[in-house]
Every structure is written in C-alpha cells, then in structure tokens.
Design a protein around this ligand. Structure first.
Ligand code: ATP
Ligand code: MG
Length: 350
C-alpha cells in the first residue's frame, strides 16, 4: 500500500525563508523631542535541516503500522510525505498506487489527522455539523453524509456532545471531532499523527480500539505515530523506529523486542540514593536514572540486566551501594518501549 525507497527530506535553513527581510522600527522610543531611531535586524543564516535520510519502507494493504521515535526524529515529516503534503527532496515511492510525484492524487487517497492545530474546524458550528458539512463538501449525498457522520461520532465517543458548538467543546473533544471528520471518507490509507495525545484514558482506549479493529475491518491501512511505545505495542502489526531522521529498525513488536532475549528489566524507586559506590556489575547492561525532585528525595531507576539468577541481586546491591533505601522494586520482561529507549541510547552514544 505504501512503498518508500531512499526517501530524504531537507528543510531549507532560515537564510532562505528570511532572505531580504528587514525589520525596521521608526519613531520615538522615549520621550525625547525630535528623536528618531531606525533599527535594522539581519537574520543570521541557518543551516538546512536534514529531517529524513534514506528511509526505505514497505507497508502492506490492511496493515496497522506504527512509527516511533523521540521529538524531532522525523515522524511527522515522514507522515506528511506519505500524505502528499510535503515533497521529499530525495528518493521515490508510492502511496495507494500513486507515485510520489503526484501529491494531489495522493491526497485524495489518504485521510490525514494531526493533533497540532485545529485543522480548519468551524468554531460556530456544532461537532455534528462540522463533520456532516465536510462530507457534503467532499461530494457525498445528504443521506450518506448523515449516516457516516453518525457512525463517526459513535466511533470517537462524541454522540452525547454532538450538538455542542466547537467553541464549547474541550480540547480532547475537538481533537475527536477532527478524527471523526477524517473517518468520513473511508480512504484506502489513514495517517494519524499522535491521535491519543491529550485524551483521557477512556477515550484513548476508544481511539486505540478504532485503530486496531474498526479501521482495518473497513479495509483501511493505518499508519499511526505515537511517543507511547506501550500503547502502540498492543495495536500495531508492525512498527518502525526513527532516530535523527534515519530508520533504525522495522518489524513486528515481537521482532523488535527479539534483540532483548535473555534480558530482564528491573525498575526501582529508592530514597536518599547517592552515586553507587561499587563497580557496576557485568550483569547490568543499561542504567537509566531519574531524580524525582521533592522533599522525599526519591530516585527512579530502570536497569536492563541479564536474565540470570544472580543478576537481580547484583543489580540491587549496586544501586544501594550509593547509600539509599529501596522503596519499590519490580522486575519484568522487556517491552517495545525498552527497545526504543535502549536502541536510541546505543545509537546516540555511537
Ligand atoms: N517546516 C520546517 N522547516 C524547517 N525544519 C523543519 C520543518 N519541519 C520540521 N523541521 C525539522 O525537521 C526535523 C524533524 O521534525 P519532525 O516534526 O518530523 O519530528 P517529529 O519526529 O514529528 O517530532 P515530534 O515528536 O516532536 O512531533 C526537526 O529537526 C525539525 O526541527
Ligand atoms: Mg511530530
């Protein structure tokens, strides 16, 4: 359904967009008779931003595909390229059978939802009217627009609030209006950029179920971007991990976690911990340490340790050699989130 080959994207630096701009102010700056002052600011030239580099990816029809990675890793840029909203600077590809150099035709075959901005909601109209009018504007008959609108409102849990004007809705509700509107057209591809950000747990689960069940059941291919690897892990068929604009790895959650066979994750909270004094034991592979500010002096630890009977004790001993007290200790199997953070740390330290 989506084929990308060697995709790259470079945004021009500030120099291009600000070239020729002069910011000039004139007039009195203080109460001083006959004062005149002109200020000229010249934009400092910025280097171009390499947002994506050599991304090659195939997404099959009907797949639910996740895109993971830290802030600025290129997730939104990649999804916008798939939506026909940005042109790649290098590479080739096709979306829903349309080559990348026909972005207008791509845009007719995808539904794109971003949670940043309100994407053209009509403030004075109700949630229901916003969605239905979008259907009518897209050329649907009145009857079809009505049926689809009701379905979409139900899909995102907005039936109760359908008659409220957008100006009267909460942010999470507005976000679900945007999502519902995008569900109306039943395009072959649905692109969702962080659809659950800012939603309460009940509506987050409802949106995740929509992505996992409802959209694939309608034959739609879904690409979903999220920071929360834990949430994505349960709903995607496959996922890609991006870092610094590069595709680090793609595969099923099980494949992505397979690199971590033979390890366990130890999560601890300690009180009054200093820097561990003992040497780090060989069974400990990765350490993440977060100081929790506050009067309790808590430190949160996440350690990846070898799956051996002596490893947990060695790790505990090492952490507590800093003089702290264990408040909470839990041990578990590695999850996709551990792969994303662990892999990123290795890439960054390379
Ligand atoms: N229009 C633009 N002009 C210049 N640089 C841009 C533009 N859009 C994105 N970038 C840069 O491209 C890189 C990738 O940005 P992108 O928005 O794709 O990241 P992201 O993975 O979606 O991040 P986040 O998790 O914060 O949403 C960043 O360095 C960003 O500053
Ligand atoms: Mg983004």
């Amino acid at each position: 359904m989506i084929r990308l080959s060697g995709i790259g994207k470079t945004f021009p630096g500030a120099e291009l967009s600000l070239r020729g701009t002069k910011l000039v102010t004139q007039g009195p700056a203080l109460w001083v008779r006959n004062l005149a002052r002109a200020v000229r600011l010249t934009a400092s030239p910025g280097a171009p931003v390499r947002a994506l580099e050599d991304v090659t990816l195939n997404i099959a029809a009907g797949e639910v595909f996740g895109i993971l990675g830290p802030n600025g890793s290129g997730k939104t840029t990649l999804v916008k390229i798939m939506a026909g909203l940005l042109r790649p600077t290098e590479g080739a590809g096709a979306v829903a059978g349309v080559e990348m150099n026909h972005p207008q035709a791509i845009r007719r075959r995808v539904s794109y939802v971003s949670t940043t901005g309100w994407m053209g909601l009509e403030w004075a109209l109700t949630a229901e009217e916003n969605i239905r009018f979008f259907g009518l504007l897209s050329g649907m008959s009145g009857a079809l627009a009505k049926t689809r609108t009701d379905e979409a409102l139900r899909d995102v849990g907005l039936m109760q609030d359908r008659h409220k004007a957008v100006s009267e809705l909460s942010n999470g509700m507005r976000q679900r209006v945007i999502l519902a509107r995008a569900l109306l057209l039943r395009t072959p591809v649905v692109l969702l950029d962080e659809p659950t950000v800012g939603l309460d747990p009940i509506h987050r689960d409802q949106v995740l179920a929509l992505v996992r069940e409802t959209l694939p059941a309608r034959g739609q291919t879904v690409i979903v971007v999220d920071h929360q690897a834990d949430a994505l892990e349960t709903i995607v068929d496959r996922a890609a991990i991006l870092a610094g604009g590069r595709l680090l790895r793609a595969g099923t959650p099980a494949e992505l976690v397979s690199g971590l066979e033979g390890v366990r994750v130890l999560e601890m909270v300690t009180r009054g911990s200093g820097e561990p004094r003992a040497a780090i034991p060989p069974q400990v592979q990765e350490v993440e340490r977060i100081e929790r500010p506050g009067p309790l002096g808590l430190t949160q630890w996440r350690l990846t340790v070898a799956d051996r009977s002596d490893a947990l004790e060695a790790a505990l001993h090492w952490v507590l050699s800093g003089g702290g007290q264990a408040v909470q200790v839990a041990e578990r199997a590695p999850r996709l989130a551990d792969v994303v953070t662990g892999r990123l740390r290795r890439e960054v330290s390379r």
